[in-house]
Design a protein. Structure first.
Length: 323
């Protein structure tokens, strides 16, 4: 049986061996990062997509609940028109540090995506999407949801930040291993000078002189840890950057704290709709069972009892006198 993972592996091996390039422009990937160990980033997953033109693309995503993940909206849009796209295959894969080798902690789920209603493909505003996973994922040491940042970064002191994804060791060397890079948050004024479409209310910048996110894992997480805390939070979602792998240029991320209410609203509404749908289906099943029972009873009442007819005592009028 051909699975999404098999198709992805074939595609990647062809690219690695023959150096073939994707027809579409590349998206962001971790560049010059360090290889992650198993369980180091249990919330990060890979989104595998195949469209009707047999084009294969991959993005990153972060597990925020056992049936929800968050990613970048542009991953699910046509790269020419910017409109939401339908896919033949849409799978969320998690638990692996090497995405061509399935580990014992590997899990997969199909999903339906929800793109922010005000997402603008031309200027990357509101570049956020939710993935509703089916089936729900299992709790393991290597598959865990990650807490989202709820406070504006301007009001919180963050220490270490890390971006993670499957990327490039260098400009020419592709890797299938999960990489991570240590980054620092950049102040808004520097981002505004560098990017014309930067909006400090919904975006943030991060970078490093040694490494960055470039070409391939849009939608992946930017983790930051508050000072005096050990638990990292998802502060950003990889959105856009330069097309060349240049660590000195900061990448732009969706500011997660700006979308907390939107995320709560969408996940809650979906849960309520599912409960309502389940109740409706349950009522329909009960009604059908009741109707079936009534139908069978009436059928039994109207049909003659063959056994009783055969052994019934004849009516006197049925006798014939013998002479």
């Amino acid at each position: 049986m051909v699975t999404p993972t098999t198709l992805l592996n074939v595609s990647l091996l062809v690219k690695l061996v023959f150096g073939l390039k994707n027809e579409r422009p590349p998206s962001l990937k971790v560049y010059q990062g360090t290889e992650a160990t198993e369980g180091m980033f249990p919330s990060i997953g890979s989104v595998f997509l195949m469209d009707y033109q047999r084009g294969i693309r991959r993005c990153g995503a972060t597990l925020i609940d056992y049936e929800w993940a968050v990613s970048a909206a542009h991953c699910f849009c046509n790269r020419t028109t910017g409109k939401p796209q339908n896919f033949l295959i849409a799978n969320f894969i998690i638990g692996d540090v090497d995405y061509i080798i399935r580990s014992e902690w590997h899990q997969e789920a199909s999903f339906e995506y929800i793109i922010h209603e005000e997402y603008n493909y031309t200027n990357d505003q509101n570049d956020i999407a939710l993935l509703h996973l089916e089936p729900k994922l299992r709790t393991t040491e290597y598959v865990k949801p990650q807490k989202l940042s709820t406070s504006p970064i301007e009001e919180v002191k963050y220490g270490n930040c890390q971006v993670a994804g499957w990327g490039k060791k260098s400009e020419t060397v592709q890797t299938t291993k999960l990489l991570y890079a240590n980054l620092s948050l950049t102040n808004n004024s520097e981002c505004e000078d560098m990017w014309n479409n930067f909006d400090s209310s919904t975006m943030l910048c991060a970078g490093s002189l040694e490494s960055d996110a470039c070409m391939g894992d849009s939608g992946g997480p930017l983790y930051c840890t508050k000072e005096n805390s050990k638990e990292p939070e998802v502060v950003g979602i990889v959105s856009f950057g330069v097309s060349i792998c240049e660590p000195s240029i900061t990448g732009v991320y969706v500011k997660v704290s700006a979308y907390n209410e939107w995320i709560k609203d969408k996940t809650a509404n979906a849960s309520v709709l599912w409960i309502i749908l389940s109740c409706v289906i349950g009522v329909i099943i009960i009604v059908l069972i009741v109707l079936l029972v009534i139908y069978k009873r009436r059928k039994n009442e109207t049909e003659p009892n063959i056994y009783e007819s055969m052994h019934a005592r004849p009516n006197p009028s049925q006798y014939t006198r013998l002479t």
